[in-house]
Design a protein around this ligand. Structure first.
Ligand code: NAD
Length: 297
């Protein structure tokens, strides 16, 4: 298939590489010309505008930082909608707010195109390995249509419901994750202060009712889980700033829906404090540092 791909960052570049590996013809665009050159060396066709990347293709995929970037790429003077033929499907895999998704889908429909939201989980490791989970929002027909394309980049392609429900699934999952990581951090730090060996506490939680992904896979206390970012100085993993972004999307969506998110708002403030203190690039499990003495391992 012929596919336009816009946004070749940490996630987009390996995703586009996997489309090439699967035998698709890929036209790529990014403001970062070096990223375009790297994909060109792997066999992609370089484009100089989003409009060019969206010309003579069957699908256009966007993987951009936030809603304002998606808007610019869609509606700018040299944007996708300025050049795209009718009947083309636009797949946005960026994590953005559900309200913007509905507005973008409306614009695409007016232009004779289909817009599908398909945010991902699995991080840069999943993007490289081609094992991402895609949460797809759109009609059953558009889901069936995009599935074979997404299968070149992911393992689980899940239809969540109508337009924007992919983003709803993504932000609700990360709302739980941000809260549970703060909860496990609080408990592990309290246990340490009260004198229990963190290894023992970790084992108890992980065989008891407190067990969750934040405790048994990504435990924030160094050394409890060998493969967790906490054990390698909170490097790699899922950055605090990305968690902060997703919690911001969740609390904004909640405000729009007039729905309370007590714990989400509190968790957002914890990750905001981490970011303000210069720890935005550390894995989000570093939130435990707020509970422990400065200088603790
Ligand atoms: P990134 O910042 O590494 O990459 C974004 C890319 O978009 C950059 O190469 C940038 O140059 C490009 N870009 C920005 N504005 C542009 C424009 N107007 N035209 C063309 N290109 C433009 O971000 P990322 O880590 O690849 O994340 C992309 C999206 O995926 C985000 O929405 C993020 O929340 C989501 N996400 C990231 C991860 C992760 O672990 N990194 C995991 C899941 C979801």
């Amino acid at each position: 298939m012929q596919i336009g791909f816009i946004g070749l960052g940490n996630m987009g570049a390996p995703m586009a590489q996997n489309l090439l590996k699967a035998g698709h013809e890929v036209k790529v665009f990014d403001l970062n010309t070096q990223a375009v050159e790297t994909l060109k060396a792997s066999g992609a066709q370089p484009a100089t505008t989003p409009k060019e990347a969206a010309t003579n293709v069957e699908y256009v995929i966007t993987m951009l930082p936030a809603s304002q970037h998606v808007k610019a790429v869609l509606t700018g003077e040299t944007g996708i909608l300025a050049g795209i033929a009718k009947g083309i499907t636009i797949i946005d895999s960026s994590t953005i707010d559900p309200v913007s998704v509905k507005a973008f889908a409306e614009l695409a429909t007016q232009n004779g195109n289909t817009f599908v939201d398909a945010p991902v989980s699995g991080g840069t490791g999943g993007a490289t390995a081609g094992t991402l989970t895609f949460m797809v929002g759109g009609t059953p027909e558009s889901y069936e249509q995009v599935k074979p394309v997404l299968q070149a980049m992911g393992k689980n392609i899940v239809h969540c419901g109508d337009t924007s429900t992919g983003q709803v699934a993504k932000i609700c999952n990360n709302l739980v994750l941000g809260i549970t990581m703060a909860g496990v951090s609080e408990a592990m730090a309290l246990g340490e202060k009260l004198g229990i060996d963190p290894q023992v506490l970790g084992k108890i939680i992980n065989t008891s009712t407190g067990r969750c992904w934040s405790s048994d896979t990504y435990n924030p206390f160094p050394g409890v889980i060998e493969t967790a970012p906490s054990t390698r100085g909170y490097t790699g993993g899922f950055g605090t700033d990305l968690m902060l972004k997703d919690l911001g999307l969740a609390t904004d969506a909640a405000k729009h829906a007039q729905q309370p998110v007590y714990l989400g708002a509190l968790a957002q403030q914890l990750y905001q404090t981490m970011s303000t203190q210069g720890a935005g690039k550390l894995d989000f499990s570093a939130v435990i540092k707020l509970y422990r003495k400065k200088g603790d391992a």
